[in-house]
Design a protein around this ligand. Structure first.
Ligand code: SF4
Length: 353
């Protein structure tokens, strides 16, 4: 686990005064404002925050009910004392990143795709995040040398897709983000996995969109779990991307108390399709230490998914997947549950089946 506060990333040590992160910092909700609404969180705040930072954007804050501990948006972002509990199902490296990392900040699970972890920073920290566990000594950003090596590896890999992930790649200033894309110019498809259009929609400026569109095909994969996350500001950010020529997909995570309800899942999928966003994946929550209170078992998840399949059209149906801790990548939960009879190893991969 790591401890804040973070310093500036090495990508831009000559950070200009108009750097968007300066603005980002002023658009975060401060601790007293949160604990005024939820005094029950104050006693454990320091300990929870030391295990995983607390950061909530004002934009996201406006969409949640801060006084309601069961609010599906608040559950995703409020620092919960249950994060300090360990669970027998926790996995230290839930998606097998370490086993498939040939060098720092690079994950290479499949021959045709390389994942670059641009940073560990995010505009908002989701309490269920599967990359929430880092050693205290770990850096938040690559050193310039590490980053140059990561880019060289990705460019020489022969991969047909490079995925920029993290952390959130849109925490970088445009200049650093675009330089990364340009360094990978020879790769046929570049993807950016980001929750910023949902959590910090003002980050998606016309200028950024036109730069991304000029480098097409650049795909953007966003992360929205509940239809109430789709505010007017988010709609505008998504429309800027799509109208600008940048295709957008969504990944959602199935979370207890947030969206473990077929009507909520259907409403999310249909709302995304109406906004021209394809609901690409629904993930069974990866079993990171500290997120057990938000996880549901694979069998219940599959029952929900089957109900969703009977409820929405084909273009509104995501794939229901889980990332296996052995680093072999995503598999359909339906396949695993179907094949898990008598195979405790596979059942163990998914936790409580
Ligand atoms: S935005 Fe993504 S990487 Fe950042 S905390 Fe949320 S789930 Fe984790």
């Amino acid at each position: 686990m790591y401890h804040g506060p973070p310093g500036p990333p090495p990508h831009d040590s000559n950070e200009p005064v108009d750097d968007p992160r300066t603005e980002q910092r002023s658009r975060m909700v401060r601790r007293p404002e949160i604990t005024r609404q939820r005094p029950d969180l104050a006693p454990s705040w320091d300990e929870v925050g030391a295990s995983f930072p607390v950061r909530i954007t004002r934009s996201f804050w406006r969409r949640l009910d801060p006084a309601d501990p069961d609010d599906p948006l608040a559950l995703q972002v409020m620092p919960d004392p249950r994060e300090l509990e360990t669970d027998p199902g926790d996995v230290p490296d839930p998606v097998g990143d370490a086993a498939t990392s040939p060098l720092p900040w690079v994950v290479h699970k499949h021959p045709d795709r390389v994942l670059l972890l641009v940073t560990k920073r995010c505009h908002l920290y989701c309490r269920y995040c599967f990359r929430r566990n880092h050693a205290p000594s770990e850096a938040m950003d690559p050193t310039p040398g590490e980053w140059a090596a990561a880019l060289r590896y990705a460019a020489a890999s022969g991969a047909s897709e490079i995925i920029l992930s993290g952390g959130d790649p849109l925490i970088l200033p445009d200049r650093a983000l675009l330089a990364t894309l340009d360094a990978l110019e020879g790769v046929p498809v570049r993807r950016i996995h980001t929750r910023a259009p949902i959590t910090f929609p003002e980050r998606v400026t016309e200028a950024l969109v036109s730069e991304l569109a000029a480098r097409r095909p650049v795909w953007v994969v966003v992360h929205c779990n509940h239809p109430r996350e789709l505010s007017d500001e988010v709609d505008e950010a998504l429309a800027r991307l799509i109208d600008g020529g940048v295709p957008v997909l969504n990944q959602a995570v199935l979370l207890r108390g947030v969206n473990d309800d077929v009507e909520v899942l259907a409403a999310l999928s249909e709302a995304l399709v109406r906004r021209r966003v394809f609901p690409y994946y629904l993930h069974l929550t990866d079993r990171a230490e500290g997120n057990a209170h938000l996880r549901i078992g694979a069998e219940r998840g599959l029952a929900l998914y089957r109900a969703l399949r009977g409820r929405v059209s084909g273009i509104a149906l995501p794939r229901f997947v889980v990332d296996r801790p052995d680093g072999s990548g995503k598999v359909d939960v339906e396949t695993l549950v179907g094949s898990s009879v008598g195979e405790p190893g596979i059942q163990a991969d998914m936790g409580e089946v």
